[in-house]
Design a protein around this ligand. Structure first.
Ligand code: DAK
Length: 263
């Protein structure tokens, strides 16, 4: 499938999806969500891809939310269809077994913030701005913002942001723990790709096991989470990487992780 609203590239086992409707600040219309969903499906079928990076085209915007021109024309049935497609897509994104990094290069508003929140972590340019302005449109966040934001930054801070619909800077987002790192805009992709490369060089099975244990555990009580960790830890020994990592330490050399399963 050729894409018109995203750019999908894979290099050195790192996939990058760039939201690409710069004239509308990369706002999410029906077509873009369809293409995004399709690309996520391709990534989940490709074992060679180790990390996914999401970013926005141009300097100004990551994603400026749902396409308001499209929203303004919806009836309830169309809203439900888009809602289901959007939720399925963001769930598919969150459930990818590989790490996903949001490289937020500008406005991440509404659905844009919500996509970033569904990633494993966010690096932001110093020009980025975050916000959930749905209240100002007579709506509430519809792509998981009321659920993922309070889990990340706490209930009361999330309520303040959502009730006011206000935008915050990258440094404010960093202070409240929404963003892991803020970097000068010109070095954002370099920094994100460096981190992605470092993750890609680690053991494939252990990275997946760690992601799965953290995500499943965060939706459980501590006792259940600790049981999840036991299973995920054991799973690491199904791959050759655990043997390679421990042997490399003992032999005082760098490990060469191949991600292969034990025969
Ligand atoms: N949709 C469509 N076009 C947009 C857009 C958007 N969200 N944001 C910007 N644009 C367009 C502008 O209309 C403008 O187009 P032209 O006039 O040049 O044709 C162009 O992008 C440049 O924007 P501005 O001229 O406004 O640029 P400024 O620098 O002055 O302002 C801004 C940048 C980001 C502050 C401003 O554009 C803005 O406030 N944009 C709207 C932000 C926003 O409210 N986004 C929507 C949030 S609500 C759902 C689930 C989720 C959602 C919906 C449904 N279901 C479950 C069904 C999500 C909702 C949202 O995301």
């Amino acid at each position: 499938m050729g894409y018109e609203n995203i750019i999908f590239a894979v290099e050195n086992s790192i996939a990058t999806i760039t939201f690409n409707r710069p004239k509308a600040l990369n706002a999410l219309n029906h077509e873009l969500i369809k293409e995004f969903s399709e690309a996520i499906g391709k990534i989940s079928e490709n074992e060679a891809i180790r990390v996914l990076v999401l970013t926005g085209s141009g300097e100004k915007s990551f994603v400026a939310g749902a396409d308001i021109t499209e929203l303004a024309t919806f009836n309830a049935f169309q809203a439900k269809k888009l809602s289901e497609m959007g939720h399925n897509t963001i769930n598919k994104l969150q459930e990818l077994p590989i790490p996903v990094i949001a490289a937020v290069n500008g406005f991440a508003l509404g659905g844009g913030s919500e996509i970033a929140l569904a990633c494993d972590f966010i690096y932001a340019s110093d020009k980025a701005k975050f916000g959930l302005p749905e209240i100002t449109l007579g709506l509430i966040p519809g792509y998981g913002g009321t659920q993922r934001l309070p889990r990340l930054i706490g209930k009361n801070r999330a309520k303040e942001l959502i009730f006011l619909g206000k935008m915050i800077s990258a440094s404010e987002a960093y202070e409240i723990g929404m963003v892991n790192k803020v970097v000068p805009s010109e070095s954002l992709m370099e920094e994100v790709l460096k981190t992605a490369g470092m993750i890609a060089s680690k053991g494939k099975v252990s990275i997946r096991a760690a992601k799965q244990a953290i995500n499943s555990g965060m939706n459980s009580d501590l006792a259940t989470g600790l049981k999840i960790e036991i299973d995920a830890f054991s799973l690491c020994f199904a791959g050759e990487d655990a043997r390679e990592g421990t042997n490399a330490f003992l032999e005082k050399r760098k490990p060469e992780f191949k991600g292969a399963l034990n025969k």
